[in-house]
Write a protein that binds this ligand. Structure first.
Ligand code: ATP
Ligand code: ZN
Length: 292
C-alpha cells in the first residue's frame, strides 16, 4: 500500500456526500492532478505537494483541530456544531444551507417564543440549544441523527431545527420555517498551528492562490462587444470590469470594441442594458482562471 508522504500538506475532504463532487471539481479547476475513485482512502497530487484524504464530513473538524490533517474542506455547520478550534481560510461558495427552525404548517405556533416548554428535534443540538438559550426560550432539545423532518408527524417533537437548502424537503413534510439558526457554506479550514511550520504554510499560500483563482473565474464571465463610441460612458457605468474595460478601435471611427468582465450574478441584467445602449455582436466566454 502506498504511504502518505509526511512532507506533503494533508487535506481532508468528504468521501461521499453532498460536498464531494463540487470539492473535487474545485480542486481540479485549481489545477491539481490526482486520481479519485470510490474505496480510495487518500490520493497524492501528481503536480503539487498535497495529499487528499477521503473521510466522513463529521470527522473533518476534529481531524483538522487535532493536526491529523493540516487542512479540511467542510460545511461551516459542522465547524459551528463541533466547536473545534480551526482557522477558516476561505469560503468556497458551494454547499449553501441554513439550519432552520420549522414547525408543521397546521401548527398554532407562529412565533419562536411560543415554543417555550416544547420539544425541538435536531442533529445540531449544540447550535440549537445555544440559539434558544440566547433568546431565553426554554425548550427541550432532542438529538436525532437522521430524518429529523418526520419527528413532528410522529409526535416526537413540536418543531425541528434542520439543514435546509432549497426548502423542498420542508415542503414535502408540510413544515414551514420559523427562524434561521445559522447560515452555512463549504469552507477551507486549517489547523491553528499551521503557521508555525513555515514550509507547510508556504505550500498552503500557493494552494490558496490557486483556489482563489478558480473561485474568481467561476464568479465572472468575459464579454466582448462592438459599441457606439458615444455610448462608452454609460457602458463603463454598467460594466466597470476589474479596473477598467479595454477599448479597441475598429475600422469605423464611430464604433469601438469593448472587452470586459461581468459578474455571473448580474450577468443577464447587464446584457439587457448593453443591448438597450445599442451594442452589437456581444460574445461571452467562460474564464478558466482569474487573478485579481
Ligand atoms: P457523511 O457520510 O460524510 O457523514 P452526511 O450524510 O453527514 O455525510 P451530507 O448529507 O452529504 O452529509 O451533507 C454534507 C454537507 O452538505 C452538510 O454538512 C452541509 O454542510 C451541506 N449541505 C448543503 N445542503 C444541505 C442540505 N439540504 N441538507 C444537509 N446538508 C446540506
Ligand atoms: Zn456527516
Amino acid at each position: 500500500m502506498r504511504k502518505l508522504n509526511g512532507e506533503n500538506v494533508k487535506l481532508a475532504i468528504q468521501k461521499e456526500g453532498r460536498l464531494t463532487d463540487e470539492t473535487l471539481n474545485l480542486l481540479r479547476t485549481a489545477g491539481l492532478h490526482f486520481e479519485s475513485y470510490k474505496q480510495r482512502l487518500f490520493s497524492a497530487c501528481r503536480n503539487f505537494p498535497l495529499d487528499i484524504l477521503y473521510v466522513r464530513d463529521d470527522d473533518i473538524p476534529e481531524y483538522v483541530a487535532e493536526g491529523v490533517v493540516d487542512l479540511g474542506i467542510v460545511g461551516r455547520n459542522l465547524v459551528v456544531e463541533t466547536q473545534q478550534p480551526v482557522d477558516e481560510l476561505l469560503a468556497l461558495d458551494y454547499g449553501h444551507c441554513t439550519l432552520t427552525v420549522a414547525v408543521p404548517s397546521d401548527s398554532d405556533i407562529t412565533d419562536l417564543s411560543q415554543l417555550a416548554g416544547h420539544k425541538v428535534a435536531t442533529s445540531y443540538p449544540v447550535a440549537t440549544r445555544r440559539f434558544f438559550a440566547e433568546r431565553k426560550i426554554e425548550v427541550e432539545v432532542i438529538t436525532i441523527s437522521g430524518s429529523v423532518e418526520i419527528t413532528p408527524a410522529l409526535g416526537i417533537a413540536t418543531a425541528i431545527a434542520d439543514l435546509v437548502s432549497t426548502g423542498s424537503s420542508l415542503k414535502l413534510n408540510d413544515l414551514v420555517p420559523l427562524a434561521t439558526v445559522f447560515e452555512s457554506q463549504s469552507l477551507l479550514v486549517a489547523n491553528c498551528k499551521l503557521g508555525e511550520n513555515e514550509r507547510k504554510a508556504a505550500i498552503v499560500e500557493r494552494l490558496l492562490l490557486r483556489l482563489r483563482g478558480a473561485l474568481a473565474a467561476r464568479e465572472y464571465k468575459y464579454i466582448m462587444m462592438n459599441a457606439p463610441r458615444a455610448a462608452l460612458p454609460r457602458i463603463f457605468a454598467i460594466t466597470p470590469g476589474l479596473k477598467s474595460p479595454t477599448v479597441l478601435p475598429t475600422a469605423d471611427p464611430d464604433w469601438v470594441a469593448v472587452h470586459t468582465v461581468v459578474r455571473e450574478d448580474v450577468f443577464w441584467e447587464v446584457i439587457e442594458q448593453l443591448r438597450l445602449l445599442g451594442t452589437q455582436g456581444i460574445l461571452v466566454s467562460p474564464i478558466e482562471k482569474m487573478f485579481i
